[in-house]
Design a protein around this ligand. Structure first.
Ligand code: 8YV
Length: 311
């Protein structure tokens, strides 16, 4: 008899295929009537798989036999961790396997904004090169990058930036032992001292609007903000307004407050590069993330140690 699990949103296709073979899988996003769909499987489901679909207390209570929530993501801000803990539900995520891809995209966004890669591409395609050269851009070597959240991804970004000749500073709850980069306990102060502010901290209530209007003003008209974390970390309306009126120099954004909706005002701006939350979106990395979901479920149901438990 196969164990019943719920899949909240589609995850890596190869992982879905494997899960279909090993479990009786119920696809929540395909349910015509959510409440009756959940009621029908209420007493059978032992695991919830997501990434990044929301898993709140209401869903946990609708599936009271749930033992584990496995998310195909390193971020867990879409899961009510306190509610899971209160119900004795273990949570697993997929750290490390995506660090390189996300850090690569952060560096790609820095370079795309600084060297106006997207603008240049359109310039050629539109035949404008026939009328003259693209205006000069900005060298990243020698510039300073301020990293908000020097975790695994933040440290990988720093290594990439150093390889491009950039200086590194960072902000976080506390200075990290053994890190040579300058630590700024005050984020606005760091923003005022750097050229690129790269957001790589976790999302969630603890970092909501951390990069607020004051921080963005300090970053200033020559400064560029890059976000590969969560849209919730930046005070988005203030950022949009400042990008439009020139009080903020530019932005490279892979995440937004209300995905997949993106503020209309950003769309025409040439000092902004936009990506559809693709930090980890490569075959290799999403395959590795999906495999971690599968391996964590397998370990749980075999009574073995979880590979990547949260908390
Ligand atoms: C995607 C991510 O959101 O890992 C994260 O936290 O933001 C991305 O990997 C998605 O969860 C991939 O399935």
């Amino acid at each position: 008899m196969k164990t019943d699990i719920v899949l909240v949103v589609p995850i890596y296709a190869g992982a879905v295929e494997q899960l279909d073979q090993s479990y009786a899988m119920h696809r929540l996003w395909q349910a015509k009537h959510r409440s009756s769909f959940l009621a029908e499987i209420r007493d059978r489901v032992r695991a919830i798989v997501t990434g990044p679909g929301r898993v709140d207390a209401e869903l946990m209570d609708a599936l009271p036999k749930t033992e584990i929530i496995a998310t195909q993501s390193v971020g867990t801000d879409h899961i009510d961790l306190a509610a899971a803990k209160a119900r004795g539900i273990v949570v697993t995520n997929t750290p490390d396997v995506l660090t390189d891809d996300v850090a690569d995209l952060a560096m790609a966004l820095v370079l795309s904004v600084a060297r106006r890669i997207v603008v240049g591409d359109r310039f050629v395609r539109d035949g404008k090169w026939l009328q003259g050269n693209l205006p000069l851009a900005t060298k990243v070597g020698g510039a300073t990058m301020g990293i908000v959240g020097l975790g695994r991804i933040g440290q990988a970004i720093a290594k990439r930036a150093e390889a491009f000749g950039m200086k590194i500073a960072y902000h976080g709850p506390r200075a990290k032992a053994g890190v040579a980069y300058r630590f700024y306990p005050n984020l606005a102060e760091m923003a005022g001292a750097v050229d690129y502010l790269v957001v790589s901290c976790p999302g969630g209530a603890g970092t909501r609007n951390l990069v607020n209007a004051e921080v963005l003003r300090a970053l200033g008209p020559e400064g560029v903000v890059v976000n590969i974390s969560r849209g919730s970390v930046i005070e988005e309306p203030a950022m949009v307004e400042m990008l439009r009126d020139g009080r903020l120099g530019g932005a490279g954004l892979d995440v937004f407050a209300d995905e997949p909706r993106v503020p209309e005002a950003l769309l025409p701006l040439e000092n902004v590069v936009l990506q559809p939350h693709v930090g980890s979106a490569t075959h290799a990395t999403r395959g590795a993330m999906g495999q971690l979901v599968i391996d964590n479920l397998q370990a749980h149901f075999a009574g073995k140690k979880l590979l990547t438990p949260v908390g």
